[in-house]
Design a protein around this ligand. Sequence first.
Ligand code: ATP
Length: 240
Amino acid sequence: IDIEVVAETGSTNADLLARAAGLARPVLRVAEHQTAGRGRAGRSWLSAPGSALTFSLAWHFSGPLRELAGLPLAVGVALADALGALGVPVQLKWPNDVLRDGAKLAGVLIETQAAPGGGVWAVIGAGLNLLMPDEMEQRIGRSVAAAPWLAQMDRNALMAQVLGVLATNLGQFAHGGFAPFCARWNRLHAYHGLPVVIIDRGATLHEGVAAGVDDGARLLLDTAGGRIAIVAGDVSLRVR
Ligand code: ATP
């Protein structure tokens, strides 16, 4: 894995996506500060200098794109493993968030590009809040979490720990897909048995009781009309 550390950039995901077609090896790109961090569907991910660990990892998968549907959830499991081992227990929110005490501690954004020699380059971005200055929380406008204990750790050591766990899990995902992660994800599910709504740009699509995910990484929702399985696209989940 090639490792790059930059003081500042717009978005590590954008940087690696722009180069994905020419990559020969996996690349980890870490930014001390991101000025235009991205979330899903054009949303933004905010951080202040020194407040977060922000990085992207470009990883090649030989299968077709559709096999990557469960990747954001598998990455969530890997982050939860890494954080748990560092003394920060977390839970997962479908499809792509890591929560601490019910508030968002980290987000995952995966963007893909066909690889010229076959398969897909997945650019796996993550932002992990270490400190949360008040003015940033106000700008985000919702309850957010931080991990001040990790902010005291050497940043390289923290990144190395996370990268080690992530790489192991990506290898497992490449061989077995999401299935080997399913039970682990369900043990970490933040909203198991709770009433939730699934929304798309503000509009409610479904409501029901969250019953975990299946081995295709779909959210199982017990609705008035029976159990349905929701594909992780651009939809978001809210607790009712
Ligand atoms: P949601 O979290 O609203 O269900 P989502 O998981 O789709 O939606 P993402 O697109 O992954 O959200 O992340 C972007 C959203 O995360 C922003 O719209 C904002 O609400 C929130 N956000 C932005 N910066 C941070 C941060 N540093 N910590 C926690 N949350 C943040």
